[in-house]
Design a binder for this molecule. Sequence first.
Ligand code: PMP
Length: 361
Amino acid sequence: MTRAYNFNAGPAAIPLEVLQQAQEQFVDYQGAGMSIMEMSHRSKLYEEVNASAQQLLKELLQIPDGYHVLLLQGGASTQFAMLPMNLLRPGRPAAYVQTGAWANKAIKEAKVIGETVIAASTESEQYMRMPSQSEIVIPDNASYLHLTSNETIGGTQFQQFPDCGSVPLIADMSSDILSRPLDVSQFGMIYAGAQKNLGPSGVTVVIVRDELIQDAPAHIPVMFRYATHAKSSSLYNTPPSFAVYMVKLVLEWIKSKGGVAALEQYNKEKTKLIYNAIDNSGGFYKGCADAGSRSVMNITFRMGSEELEKLFVKESEQEGFVGLKGHRDVGGLRASTYNAVPLESCKALVQFMADFQQRHG
Ligand code: PMP
């Protein structure tokens, strides 16, 4: 069996051990005579999967009491709307940090729901960095401050999170959740689609402070209310059971690897190799993000011409690499190095980059 060097941005690499475990359990889950997908979501076996996925998230992220862990559907894109529906209050604007494509999508949806202000923006610098605390201006009466912890397309990442005082801090962590330790108590809410660091697409994790979901406006439909899902342990309606099961296996894998602190070291080791290859190429490869905002999850870089970039993608594919083409909105190249991307893939990429430079430099 040959596994590709998978640098996809999402859906993305899943640990081989997890895929094999799922394969073993696929047809007959724990002697039930059926797969997890064929089972009632009210069955004891599935309830255990649902509870243990939530428990593992609590454990790995050391989520304090007073937070709910919700497993929802609709992707992070649905959270762009659900968040302001539930938390934006009349006369109290929602403040957004504008850092790139994903922040902009969140802002667009918030504007549909209510008053929105930009607390900081790096648009004039083509979003090549994350703003510092001193640049972020939060109205005292803001309903919340929203930021995108890692911009998947631009390749920028917050290294530190702003202190928002009494204003709840909300983060879209779709592309870096569980890649590093986190002080969850700093946040009112965190959300993330699963398909990068947590498993397959189809389930979205929401971690939200209880007090924020208690008095949502009365007009919100039941499925769009956080309180609905909090009250029913995310079993209000039929959940994406196979995706939740896969997330549980990925979380067990993370635990077996030593948790998020160990993964942070591993991820840094992997990306250092690639950033070094870029920086030591004499300008043949050029990193896109500012040094202080470089992402440990999505490495964006360019070459002298688009022709050369196209050739890079083509030759890399012939060598077994997948996903190195930059996002269609920005072009260039991108290597996504999520938790499940092995060091060996990064070493192979660095070798390929050197060989390519030798052939075409
Ligand atoms: N936010 C970020 C930072 C993302 O990277 C993505 C997906 N690439 C999304 C939101 C949208 O996620 P989904 O496709 O799950 O709606």
